[in-house]
Design a protein around this ligand. Structure first.
Ligand SMILES: Nc1ncnc2c1ncn2[C@@H]1O[C@H](COP(=O)(O)OP(=O)(O)OP(=O)(O)O)[C@@H](O)[C@H]1O
Ligand SMILES: [Mg+2]
Length: 481
């Protein structure tokens, strides 16, 4: 049997060049200038000027960090850039401002109650910037001496460090000796030792030793020998989220749970304790709160219990900015019999600032298709670009973006690097858009599986999908469950 197992090296493909390209990987920000005016084509963003500007204003609010408990709703037809705008916002926030993305359906998990998972999401979106002063010993290694006892069980030694102004000998215990060996510290290295934890980090090799005969790698970094005292103080700032503090401090979880992602439910008393502690740190000026953004996509999937939780949670002092997105029109609020705009209860809607996203014009679609083609490394001929943009208007932007990759494959089949009209047409034939798929479903009505209704309420709008007809209707999906 073993003889049959082979690796078949010829069939092992070269995967090093493979890179995955996400739907929003072309977006690098909101593309606004310093006055928050949208640039026509910047950071991967095209058109949707008003919504981009509104998102920019909200970002300013977050960055100033004073306003808690606001909610924003991005409402508009499918593929009008709601998720894209959120990604743009995420990229424009500072590096330590938390941005947490959640799809409403993730809240419904068997392991955790809905409110617990929303609470965790809230606390993941609040950062705590902690300032710590640490004492370091920084200097160039002059000599390391290790004395081994006869049995070899205990090790002691001495480390001589110098700056340009002084030189000191430190006694070493076996832990430090092990660390020095692990880090491969040699005479001539410039090292920094954290006094509290004893951690050693190598900063580089001293310039003074640059000419030494030594086997050095090409990536050896040279640094100057430090001056002044060997002992220095440094302020280090690090940002963790409230949720991380919760997990680390919950006895049943421990910090390993952070890596496993399996954090389970956390007791409310623990959260209270942590809030009090953080408040203390703030008073002592040791910590700052960094409110971030919680983005809840497809928010119509939340149910009435979640919404009432959100109403209350947003009033908390430690609340992030909550941004939600929905493409639904008037639809049923989950868990009730009532309908409401976007499936969101009126009292919550009333607390929100609503940003509307609009359908794109043909020239905007053309620019977006162009950017996406570049992102996917596909060359489109002028005509095929026009064709894809026209399709974008007649079907949907997403559909024409989705056709880029198949058209490219079809072009490659005929050994061409450039996608021409014929390739796009073939791709259009192979893959249905929503309109054609709906027509097909109607034609085959009764032949497909699972068409008998279970719900006691009759479906409206021919099976739940309201297509845009000629594409330029107002396009909101109305789902009449
Ligand atoms: N203004 C824009 N500039 C550049 N790319 C955009 C823009 N708007 C949308 N896109 C791109 O078009 C595609 C569809 O947009 P997106 O996913 O943001 O739509 P959506 O409004 O979230 O739709 P849905 O309601 O179906 O979730 C994405 O690949 C997105 O990156
Ligand atoms: Mg979306």
């Amino acid at each position: 049997m073993a003889a049959n197992i082979s690796l078949q090296s010829s069939s092992i493909r070269d995967v090093t060049k493979m890179e995955r390209i996400g739907a929003h990987s072309h977006i690098h920000g909101l593309g606004l200038d310093s006055n928050l005016e949208p640039r026509a084509n910047s950071q991967g963003m095209i058109g949707q000027g008003k919504a981009r500007k509104a998102a920019g204003v909200i970002l300013k609010m977050v960055q100033e960090g004073r306003i808690a408990g606001r909610a924003i709703l991005m409402a508009g037809p499918p593929s009008t850039g709601k998720t894209a705008l959120a990604m743009g916002m995420a990229q424009s926030l500072g590096s330590d401002v938390p941005f947490v993305m959640l799809t409403a359906s993730e809240v419904f998990s068997l392991e955790m109650s809905k409110t617990e998972s929303l609470t965790q999401a809230f606390r993941r979106s609040i950062g705590v910037r902690i300032k710590e002063e640490t004492e370091l010993i920084e200097g160039e290694v002059v000599e390391i001496q290790v004395d081994r006892s006869i049995t070899g069980a205990t090790k002691t030694g001495r480390l001589t460090l110098k700056t340009t102004d002084m030189e000191t000998v430190y006694d070493l215990g076996s832990k430090m000796i092990d660390q020095l060996q692990k880090e491969k510290v040699l005479a001539g290295d410039v090292v920094s030792i954290d006094k509290a934890s004893g951690r050693i980090s190598k900063l580089g090799r001293s310039f003074g030793r640059a000419k030494d005969y030594d086997a050095m790698g090409a990536d050896t970094r040279f640094v100057a020998c430090p001056d002044g005292e060997l002992q220095t103080r440094k302020e280090v700032v690090h940002t963790v989220s409230l949720h991380e503090i919760d997990v680390i401090n919950s006895r049943t979880q421990g910090f390993l749970a952070l890596f496993a992602g399996d954090t389970g439910e956390i007791k409310p008393e623990l959260r209270d304790q942590i809030n009090t502690k953080v408040a203390e740190w703030r008073e002592e000026d040791k910590a700052e709160i960094v409110p971030g953004v919680l983005f809840i996509d497809e928010v119509h999937m939340l149910d009435i219990e979640c919404f009432s939780f959100l109403n209350r949670a947003m009033e908390n002092e430690l609340a992030p900015l909550v941004v939600m997105a929905s493409n639904r029109g008037i639809t049923r609020i989950r868990g009730t019999k009532y309908k409401s705009p976007h499936g969101i209860p009126a009292d919550l809607l009333d607390r929100m600032l609503i940003i509307a996203t609009k359908k794109y014009e043909e020239d905007e679609i053309k620019e977006i298709v162009k950017i996406r083609a570049e992102e996917e490394d596909v060359k489109l001929s002028e005509e095929s670009l026009d064709l894809l943009s026209t399709m974008g208007i007649q079907t949907s932007l997403r559909y024409s973006l989705n056709l880029i990759a198949p058209s490219n494959l079809i072009a490659q089949r005929r050994k061409s690097n450039i996608v021409e009209n014929q390739d796009v047409k073939l791709a259009y034939k192979y893959f249905c858009d929503v309109d054609r798929s709906a027509t097909y479903a109607k034609e085959t009505s009764g032949m497909m599986f699972g068409e008998t209704e279970i719900d006691d309420q009759p479906l409206q709008n021919n099976g739940n999908i309201q297509s845009n007809g000629n594409g330029n209707g107002n396009g909101m999906q109305i789902d009449g469950q």
